[in-house]
Write a protein that binds this ligand. Structure first.
Ligand code: AMP
Ligand code: ZN
Length: 471
């Protein structure tokens, strides 16, 4: 079966063909680094991880860029409130974000660019937009004139003709009803810290949020990307505006396939900071949840369905995972870790069928529920064979290899999680050592606390720092 993906642009399932054979370039909108991400955000990031793993599993090479939104209304407000420079303020949240990704076994993206490091590229896009007649200046800011871009509204299906003449919106985020010209460059305002504004040919100021993603996507992936993702709240205005700016500047198609994940909800409402109905990863770990069960829960619901978070659902995920793990342990006992030479052809053929079913699920727009259905079908049959004493040690080894192969995408079995988790922890410990060296004990302690929240205890010994998991 060919790989099919739902394209938000066409609102239909399309056979996916990358621009360059064998290689997929994708941009995944990253977090706004002003506080700890919640598990709703993490649902989107885990989905994107499963997507990239699936592409690699199917034989593609991937280039994934995930930005860190470190300039926007919220990060600036946060830095001002805490009396820190923008970079100092966002750095703390960047670090905890990486820790959360590592805890959930998310494979790192190829690049994590920050908006603050790409001001020049953003100014360059504004300059091109000016040249092509898409902008005007007013109140010290540069605005995108959406009437100059006839395709405006194609992604979100908002109607730009409903727009009031001359109406503008300065906020980074706004409602769908506000179809208005938006700021690509915001002139410096009274009360904004120096660390959050830049002196540029456009004057002193800072970029709008949407411009940041256009600039970083095109810098690392070229003017036309294969895939751009986010959750559904990103469709308008964020992604609609990204298209207008990018295509307005280059005259080329910006993204071929747009993909959007549905939200994680609580009692039918989107989990969000502003509603206060959120859990962070440390909140769940403190209640005794395992990172792998959380990952399992987040990926088990296909991304285009809302995921209703409950503790019952989390317990269900933990018990599904336990079924996988206990089968894996029994298989290991059966085959003693060796490949064996007594595999039965019938059993191997059945496993191959299950693997094909797992693959078909993923190829059908990353339908993880269908893929897990195929996996658990095989688990059930293999358990029955084990119980009936029908399984040879070669069969057991083949079944273990099958579980491992499926887990390359899922990333929920113990070993894989440990490896990436350990790498994340070691990175963290290095960051803490660096902070101590520059005598920034507050930062060093913050890292120690973060690790503690994730169940990792540090011990300073004469031989260096050792770590262990809390029992
Ligand atoms: P933000 O930090 O607000 O820019 O969000 C980071 C990512 O998480 C974006 O792609 C959002 O669309 C996504 N997101 C925010 N809330 C939720 C939610 N409740 N469920 C799933 N994804 C979300
Ligand atoms: Zn973005």
């Amino acid at each position: 079966m060919p790989l099919s993906l739902q394209n938000t642009l066409s609102r239909s399932l399309e056979t996916f063909v990358p621009l360059e054979e064998g290689r997929i370039r994708l941009y995944t909108c990253g977090p706004t680094v002003y506080n700890r991400v919640h598990i709703g955000n993490l649902r989107t990031f885990v989905w994107e991880d499963v997507m990239c793993r699936t592409f690699r599993w199917l034989g593609y090479r991937t280039t994934q860029v995930m930005n860190l939104t470190d300039i926007d209304d919220k990060t600036i407000r946060g830095a001002v409130a805490e009396g820190l420079s923008l970079r100092e303020f966002t750095q703390k949240h960047v670090e905890t974000f990486f820790l959360d990704l590592a805890t959930l076994g998310v494979a790192p993206a190829d690049v994590y660019p920050r908006a603050t490091d790409h001001i020049e590229e953003m100014v360059e896009i504004v300059r091109k937009l000016e040249e092509r007649g898409h902008t005007y200046e007013s109140d010290g800011s540069v605005w995108f004139r959406i009437a100059s871009f006839p395709a405006y509204g194609r992604l979100s299906r908002v109607d730009p003709s409903a727009m009031k003449r001359g109406a503008r919106v300065a906020d980074d985020e706004y409602e769908k009803e506000d179809v208005r010209d938006f700021a690509v460059w915001k002139g410096a305002k009274e009360g904004e810290p120096d660390s959050a504004t830049w002196t540029t040919p456009l004057g002193r100021g800072r970029p709008g949020w949407h411009l940041e993603c256009s600039a970083m996507a095109m810098k690392y992936l070229g003017e036309t990307l294969d895939i751009h993702t986010g959750a559904v709240d990103n469709i308008f205005p964020h992604h609609e505006n990204e298209i207008a700016q990018s295509e307005g500047a280059t005259g080329k198609a910006f993204v071929r396939t747009w993909m959007h994940a549905e939200h994680l909800v609580v009692d039918g409402e989107k989990m969000s900071k502003s509603k206060g109905n959120f859990f962070t990863l440390p909140d769940l770990l403190a209640r005794g949840a395992s990172p792998r069960a959380i990952r399992y829960l987040l990926l088990s619901v296909p991304y285009r369905q809302k995921l209703n978070f409950t503790f019952d659902a989390l317990a269900g995920a933990a018990s599904a995972l336990e079924r996988l793990e206990s089968l894996d342990r029994r298989l290991e006992e059966r085959c003693g870790g060796s490949a064996g030479t007594d595999a039965t052809p019938g059993f191997a053929a059945r496993l191959a069928g299950s693997l094909a079913g797992f693959r078909a699920g993923l190829e059908d727009d990353l339908n993880t529920a269908a893929a897990l259905g195929a996996l658990f079908g095989a688990v059930k049959e293999t358990n029955a064979d084990l119980e009936a004493g029908r399984l040879t040690s070669g069969d057991a080894a083949a079944a273990r290899a099958f579980l491992r192969r499926a887990d390359e995408v899922l990333g929920v079995l113990p070993k894989e999680e440990r490896a990436s988790l350990d790498a994340g922890i070691e990175g963290k410990i290095e960051a803490r050592q660096a902070a101590r060296k520059r005598r920034d004990f507050a930062a060093a302690d913050a890292i120690r606390d973060e690790l503690l929240a994730a169940g990792i205890v540090l011990e300073d010994t004469p031989q260096g720092v050792r770590w262990k998991r809390k029992p």
